[in-house]
Design a protein around this ligand. Structure first.
Ligand SMILES: Cc1ncc(CO)c(N)n1
Length: 223
């Protein structure tokens, strides 16, 4: 069994919870209140600034030029394709790029991005990929599922989001990351695989918490 298949079976229950979370259900049927989406968009932009850095670190840790080049392309597409979706939405909400970039991160955004950056900076290339994979893989799964709902991809506000994450281009990048992790996991001792699984499990949990944070617009309880 491929390592990614082992991960898929193990983590499927958490992914099901993502797919049935009210944020995703309402994004798919178009009833998600705009203020929840607006909050999500700002936090996700902050998230992506750090997420993009994982790709830059991937280029540093890559052992061959083909992998290095692919990480450079992922960095470019995150900053210039994915984040431009957020900039377009922000403009529609009357939020400037400056405001977007300097918004205050929520505690979950901070915890999630710092966890990923810690794993990426201190671990092997395999650990870095284990940290970033649930994000791409999970969004692609959600994008595909929502795009199968009649009319969802044409929704005036949320259609663009669904089209981005169900696109061939995004799916291809997610599949490349899955393939890379499978390749890096090959022949590794069980102890190392368990460590990769733990990182993957933690960022999968953070993905769920991110949806929940967005739905409830959770900031610091002390503010
Ligand atoms: C929180 C989160 N996870 C994954 C993605 C997909 O890149 C995203 N934009 N945001």
């Amino acid at each position: 069994m491929k390592f990614s298949e082992r991960l898929y079976h193990k983590l499927h229950p958490i992914w099901r919870r993502n797919h049935t979370h009210p944020f995703i259900i309402e994004l798919g049927n178009g009833t998600l209140p705009v203020e929840k989406f607006r909050f999500y968009m700002i936090q996700d932009y902050l998230y992506l600034i750090d997420y993009a850095k994982l790709f830059a670190l991937g280029a540093v840790k890559a052992n061959d030029l083909q992998t290095m080049g692919k990480f450079a392309a992922l960095l470019d597409s995150t900053m210039n394709v994915e984040m431009s979706l957020h900039r377009t939405y922000a403009a529609r909400f009357g939020i400037s790029e400056e405001e977007l970039e300097h918004a205050a991160p929520s505690p979950i955004t901070l915890a999630y991005t710092h966890y990923m950056l810690h794993a990426a900076q201190n671990g092997s290339l395999a650990e870095l990929v284990a940290a970033l994979l649930p994000c791409m893989w999970g969004y692609w799964e959600i994008g595909k599922e929502l795009s199968s709902i009649p009319g969802a991809s044409d929704h005036a506000l949320y259609g663009e989001w669904i089209r981005m994450y169900s696109s061939e281009e995004f799916g291809g990048l997610a599949q490349w990351c899955i393939g890379l992790l499978d390749q890096l996991a090959q022949g590794k001792p069980e102890g190392e695989l368990a460590r990769l699984e733990e990182i993957f499990l933690n960022t999968t949990r953070y993905e769920y918490m991110f949806w929940d944070m967005a739905y409830h617009r959770t900031m610091w309880p002390t503010d």
